[in-house]
Design a protein around this ligand. Structure first.
Ligand code: C5P
Length: 404
């Protein structure tokens, strides 16, 4: 979602400068327009040619570049930028910014731009822990700059601790968040995602193929758009989304408890989880031994979480999913009405590109008035976008239904 967004990347002189090359690749992959500015020290670690090649644009290094290079002068870059990212940001640039110095192209540009600024520090653990660095960063935050804290781990100087440049994916996600419109600010969105696991002995369980991708995409996009987000997730292979409250659960009963405990604070509930409808009636304390005879596991119903949440609906917007292999619309409509949802997102698992493990989905949105909107095959991030657009529409329509 960074298509055509104009980003100036300031690279300063730390060993993590080489990771900035990966960041440029990632931003270009997301179709952003990237202009790189390097300090003299940065050029000692990585050559401008690396960034020029990866960004497809000239790299600016010199405040006193001659005429003819006007389009990369500090003022034009300051105006070009919708966002300036400094990665890696050394203690030196952080100190200069806090003091308002302007002694090279990057610092001058930083004073001249109106664009938001994201600082991604990377330095030796003792430097990062130094009080003056802490004070400088606090000062920059108080002026409205964003700081993405460095990670913990082994540093290039072989010390252990906090100081590693944040991961490229993390920086890219922060950029997405800063640049996204904040049309969901004020909402607290509770999302459920993934499968549940229903054990019948200590080593075995019943589950389904849900990957969690749809729920995670909803959490990520909602956070980008300014919502506070809590995700209650069954076991998945996906990393916990950044900047959201992450509540891991295993069983449907745990998911129900986690959802009900957080319902009060939520203004929107989106149930993207593939909750197991049944659980084994008993979970043996020891592993069931293999015998010649067939094994019967008897199952009992799990509670329906979304229906329970809808009973305490208040002004909350409740959205459910319906994954079907036949009679998609009829089944989805019945669930929408029976489970007290505002709208339901239906898909047909038998269609190629739709359903559980794919990165894409083909959905229809059905509302209580009976309207059906059909969407083409889309990436799950874009599907999340249209679902959240619909949430916004319900909210703006001021449609408030009291508990059903
Ligand atoms: O009836 P079905 O399971 O197909 O309904 C799907 C919708 O209901 C999804 O939104 C799912 O997250 C939710 N659900 C639930 N609790 C269950 C089963 C499904 O909240 N036990």
């Amino acid at each position: 979602m960074l298509k055509e967004r104009r980003i100036v990347l300031g690279v300063t002189g730390g060993i993590a400068a080489y990771k900035a090359a990966e960041l440029v690749r990632e931003l270009v992959r997301r179709e952003a327009k990237v202009r790189v500015v390097m300090t003299d020290h940065a050029c000692r670690f990585v050559t401008p040619l690396t960034f020029e090649t990866l960004s497809g644009n000239p790299v600016a290094t010199d405040l006193f570049q001659s005429a003819g290079s006007f389009e990369i002068g500090h003022i034009s870059l300051a105006e070009f930028a919708e966002l300036v990212v400094i990665a890696p940001a050394t203690a030196n640039i952080i100190g200069k910014m806090a003091a308002g110095l302007a002694d090279d192209l990057l610092t001058t540009l930083l004073l001249a731009t109106n664009a938001p600024i994201l600082i991604c520090p990377a330095m030796n653990v003792k430097m990062y822990a130094n009080d003056i660095v802490t004070e400088n960063l606090a000062r920059l935050v108080s002026r409205g700059h964003a700081v993405l804290e460095p990670g913990y781990g082994e540093l290039a100087c072989r010390a252990e601790g906090q100081g590693r440049l944040a991961e490229v994916a993390e920086i890219a996600e922060e950029i997405e968040t800063i640049l996204a419109p904040k049309d969901l600010r004020g909402e607290h969105i509770l999302v459920t995602a993934g499968p549940t696991q229903e054990p019948f002995d200590p080593v075995r369980y019943i589950t389904n193929y849900s990957s969690g991708k749809m729920g995670y995409a909803l959490a990520v996009v909602a956070r980008r758009r300014g919502a506070a987000v809590t995700i209650v997730s069954g076991p998945t292979e996906l990393p916990a989304p950044q900047g959201v409250v992450f509540v891991p659960v295993k069983t449907a009963l745990e998911m129900r408890d986690a959802v009900m405990a957080r319902l009060e604070e939520a203004t929107v509930v989106i149930k993207a989880a593939a909750v197991a409808d049944y659980r084994p009636a008993a979970c043996e304390r020891t592993k069931i031994k293999k015998k010649d005879a067939a094994l019967t596991v008897s199952l009992k119903r799990n509670p329906d979480i979304i229906s329970e949440a809808a009973r305490r609906k208040g002004n909350r917007i409740v959205v459910g999913f319906s994954m079907e292999s036949d009679n998609v619309l009829e089944n989805a409509r019945a669930k929408l009405m029976n489970k007290g949802m505002d709208f339901i997102v239906a898909n047909d698992v038998t269609e190629p590109g739709a359903g559980f493990r794919a990165d894409t989905n083909i959905i229809r949105i059905i509302d209580r008035e009976g309207a059906v909107e059909t969407f083409p095959l889309m990436d799950k991030m874009d599907v999340a976008g249209v679902i959240l657009d619909r949430v916004k529409k319900v909210r703006d329509g001021g449609r408030i239904r009291d508990g059903l």
